[in-house]
Design a protein around this ligand. Sequence first.
Ligand code: ZN
Length: 320
Amino acid sequence: MDPIRGLHHVTAVARDPQRNVDFYRNVLGQRLVKRTVNFDSPDTYHFYFADETGTPGSVLTFFAWPNMRRGVRGNGETNTVAYNVPVDSLTFWEERLKQNGIQSNPIETRFGQNVLAFTDPDGMGVELIEVRDLPAIQHWEDGPIPQAYALRGFHSVTLWLDEIGPTSALLTQGMGYLAAGQEGNRYRFTGDANELGHIVDLVHRPGKMQADFGAGSIHHIAFRVPNDDAQVNYQSALSTAGYRVSPVMDRSYFHSIYFREQGGVLFELATDTPGFLIDESKDTLGEALKLPAWFEPNRSEIAASLQPLTLNPVEKVSAS
Ligand code: ZN
């Protein structure tokens, strides 16, 4: 079976849709490439933030659930999503975050790379990690951040786990990841196929508190499979290995299967195809509310049930 090609997207929960868009788009400089609804609860938004075109491995998505209480970080969930950034950009980010009311931790070094950690306005863990050989993505030219500082897709995710054995076995034996080292209680695994989002870190926290799901929690992490055939192969192999795997679901921009790994974290395998340009042109990505065909007959009711959203003007940072 083909090894997994790194992360496809990460999906988390935010409370206030406007605050979520203002932070990821206007402060971090991620393009809102899709504005749709949660297919299981169409009176709430589902936002996709990514590079200019929605390259898999750069896509952070949010369910905006205004009535959700705040979650608590703990074992059995994905704790942090980390982005690649250019070397020597962390002092810029430290200052930019501070100007926007976000206090970051002191810069630390991990596996030889500088890491700036902070929490987003909902309390989700985010890290920016300086990487020498940056992966290729599509830079958002109309965004606020010049390329010298801009986020370059995902570096990694970090899972907090009571036991790491079953999860590491799944990654290495079932998904094509390689064990790549240990620092303290952090165990690193890398995919061999891809430079974008190809790292998974497991943090071993035996006996520590379990996570309590809510706003600021990461709902699931999705890994890349190239196409539907590869997905079906994984579906049957994972079922044979004892996982309860969902049927294939049509998510409009990709096809998905879901299963919960033994550490408690919800995993998804998502196809690269058909992608985010299937129902909008590159120039207008994210501007209109997009709905799957089965919701179109109810478009006006759905649109009326959503909070109004403004795409505030982007203030470009000068490159010097
Ligand atoms: Zn997903």
